[in-house]
Ligand binder design. Sequence first.
Ligand code: ZN
Length: 445
Amino acid sequence: MNETTRVTPPVENVTIGDEIYALAAEIFPICRSIAGDGVRKTIDILSEHLPIQRHELPTGKPILDWTVPKEWSIADAYIKNSDGERVIDFQRSNLHVVNYSAPVRARMSIHELKKRVFTLPDQPDLIPYRTSFFKEEWGFCMSHRQLEALEAAGGEYEIAIESSLEAGALTWGEYLHRGDTEDEVLISTHICHPSLANDNCSGLALVTILGRELARRKTRLSYRLVFVPAAIGSIAWLATNEANLDHIKHGLVISNVGDSGGPTYKRSRRGNATIDRAVAHVLRRSERTYKLLDFFPYGYDERQYCSPGFDLPVGLLQRSQFGTYSEYHTSADNLDFINPQQLSESFRWIMQVLDILERDRKMLNLAPKGEPQLGRRGLYSGYGSGKEAMARNMAVLWVLNLSDGHHSLLNIAERADLSFDLIAAAAAALESHGLLAENSCIDGV
Ligand code: ZN
């Protein structure tokens, strides 16, 4: 291919945000639901970037207090007017059908049909996203203006939802990157929403590219990435993996990571887990208006991971908080609502958090009686040195003082109000001079 026919930018100009955006755009059109081909197709596409393993449980299998649901598939749906024109067309937007709708074929007046129609009168140009997962119903979603037009035209409408609800399987994807230890970081993202970009094509694409980047690294911790249908998928995963949950030392649910808001972090139920403190540390230094929320039992899959019988140290990281922005669960959550730069920024925050988890450890001061003479070892800058050198001095003093075997480097960074990087660099310098040694690995508990 010569220069004039090149359609993709040269590789060196493609940022990680561009890659995440392109992948989010590729999976955006798929009509996903809690179980069925949409989930499998999405995993197939993500698997082109990361060897994601597919796991399935059969319909009807009991999982905790739930049962694996039927698979939903849909070929087409429409509302036709008396001229046979499709006035509402599933092929134009998969949000037009209430997700998991039972099949239907009928003729009815707008008066009858209206009982099955969902709109947003306050946002009259947007189509809402609605579901009916645990009750066999059917329905249509449309913009309020579309409904008004149907009412104005009157007459009878021919409606069809060509869907099926049949026994099959609940599917989720999983990828394990093995580190030096069996201590695991669980990263979970939901895979059940149809064409909604921020919630959650952004999360699916970001976690996939994150996995690819982790796979290229040698890490201390192991990383388990799961792509689960919301609620029922994490319940299935927990039910299947209950015997191995002791390995999960830290966890993050990732969603809504492409919009311009946030960042927002919802703490784990424990409230003060290492993951909670690591994310807080990164967000405080993000130069953004961030929000730190205490755990509450509503939201995404952290609800299941943090249920009292499991109580895993898993928080929820988003940009704008779910449910708080006007595009949320509407047709305005499209590919214009997310962008590569914001995805890239979210990716960076997550990598910074993982970097803290990787490097956090408890050290022991090997010369704890009095301060060791730092100047002669080149570990202390004298008077007249700049602000940065003074911060480095302070980091050295804090590390020496708090490395009593009880404080981790993250604890020290918090107490000193210095960046984790500065504290970790001071610890590395002291270690190389034989003044500090690792006490024990941080187990995150
Ligand atoms: Zn959602």
